[in-house]
Design a protein around this ligand. Structure first.
Ligand code: 5GP
Length: 114
């Protein structure tokens, strides 16, 4: 797997505005925010795409989604609500080949998404 910007953030080679970290997960602010709150959540155990999650340990996946929820709660997003987005592959617009979830909040989002 080639090195991505998220590998560099995880190793400390690139700075990031981190909002949460534990043994398995890092969350930091998106450099090009699409909403007043735009957080990226990545697993420290790297894989490229959501497609691969089916072959990961289910407990690890559970803890990853728990971390997303914890981050949102810690940023006081529960009342207003927020959107969690996972882009997977070309048609979704996935630009960084390191699995990640977006947490978007602070404005109203349209449905269906563009
Ligand atoms: P994707 O389209 O792959 O789901 O989303 C990748 C996200 O990573 C984009 O929202 C983009 O703005 C963000 N991003 C790309 N490079 C960097 C960076 O160096 N630092 C941070 N914090 N975010 C980045």
């Amino acid at each position: 797997m080639h090195e991505t910007v998220f590998d560099k953030i995880l190793s400390g080679d690139l700075p990031a505005d981190s909002v949460y970290e534990d043994d398995e997960v890092l969350a930091f602010r998106d450099i090009n925010p699409q909403a007043p709150v735009h957080i990226l959540v990545i697993p420290k155990a790297k894989f490229a795409r959501f497609t691969e999650i089916a072959s990961r340990p289910i407990e690890e996946t559970g803890r990853f989604f728990s971390a997303i929820s914890k981050v949102a709660t810690s940023l006081n997003l529960d009342d207003s609500g927020y959107r969690v987005v996972i882009n997977n592959g070309r048609d979704s617009g996935q630009a960084v080949e390191y699995f990640h979830a977006h947490i978007l909040a602070g404005r109203r989002f349209a449905w269906p998404p563009g």
